[in-house]
Design a protein around this ligand. Sequence first.
Ligand SMILES: O=C(O)C1=C[C@@H](OP(=O)(O)O)[C@@H](O)[C@H](O)C1
Ligand SMILES: C=C(OP(=O)(O)O)C(=O)O
Length: 449
Amino acid sequence: MLNLISNPINFYNQYDLTIQSPASGISLKGSLAIPGDKSVSHRALMFGALAQGETRIQGLLLGEDVISTANCLRSLGIQISDLTAETVLVQGEGLEQLQEPLDVLDAGNSGTTMRLILGILSAQSNRFFTITGDRSLRSRPMSRVIKPLTEMGAEIWGRNNNNLAPLAIKGQKLKPIHYFSPVASAQVKSCLLLTGLMTAGKTTVTEPALSRDHSERMLKAFGADITTDSETNSVTITGGNTLQGQSVIVPGDISSAAFWLVAASIIPDSELILTNVGINPTRIGILDVLGKMGANITIENQKIVAGEPIADLRVRYSPLQGCEIAGELTVRSIDEIPIIVVAAALAQGTTIIKDAAELRVKECDRLSVMATQLSRMGAKIIEHPDGLEIQGGHPLSGTEVSSYDDHRIAMSLTIAALQASATTLIKDATAANISYPNFFDSLQQVCHL
Ligand SMILES: O=C(O)C1=C[C@@H](OP(=O)(O)O)[C@@H](O)[C@H](O)C1
Ligand SMILES: C=C(OP(=O)(O)O)C(=O)O
């Protein structure tokens, strides 16, 4: 644990972090309980709201994105108990019982909240809804869900030819479709599954590669009629089945564990144990990427909890080599690419990341921001339209960098700064609270001088 007198990690003010490289270096040691999975937390709240009876959620993530989902659902008339309690209770109202809110719903910074809720609202007949978000979310494409929803008969209006929030939705009775999504996106798939749940007949979504399948698993557990076809990456829901409230145990988020997996791999003499991490096969691209790079990670105490596989991950320092990441591996590590860029910058040799154009429409343009901010610290990165080429092994040195208010960039730059010489100032580092509220406390806990 850090001695506070010589603590090199300090908040410079309310938002910005400084990390000063200590002369003797640091190492990371200890055990961390990883906070709840963000994707699973959003779904537990939403499916609980649509179910009959009570849903009990243990391990809900208290990140700002999940709080946005809870606030939207409360504005739609759903009772949700104190989010800080060990078990959060959601009193479900059934499939089409949401109330018309008196004000604009606010999805904050959360793409998952906005896209999944659009699927629910579109099918709430004879009610009118408006939804917006923060500056980042108002610039993210919503036509990817509005287009298929409109094919089902939904009425949705927005800026930029019905693409950008604020959006207005008039709930309707809808008709089922078979949608061939041009992007592998769990948000598109989950949005349409939710609409399909409330629409008579069979709604099918086929995607070019399998995106995370938490909705399929959890909807099935709540009693929905869902079938999947792994050969065609298709999922079909038959509408009309009521959902029944369930007990959900949220696994630790592997996307949050990823920062520690990379940090301990690149910082000499480190060893961390990350407990109760979700290892759903659609989410563990980061383990495959780090495996290809030569990381030393072992998976221990595997078990299935509430329909999701979990395990403890032990990671020890190990010199990394560059590798290529493309195709379905990119899809399975999509949120981890920013921290993979840090691993690649400190690895020997070249890393090539392809098929990652989706990163340009996340909370910020994550390809461009990681390339520019890490290059300011001395990394050698070439940007391509759909990816990055990182020439590893160039030493990093501290300077002023910005998170662009993106949680994953904030945490990735923090880990890079631990291996940089001199002092790094990370503007808007507190963006980390979107998905990892105690990230900096955990960092203090495992940092050893
Ligand atoms: O469904 C989800 O919970 C998510 C899906 C992914 O987005 P896309 O569906 O846009 O790929 C991911 O990037 C996001 O962090 C969470
Ligand atoms: C892209 C992300 O989330 P969302 O799309 O829900 O804003 C993320 O958490 O990295």
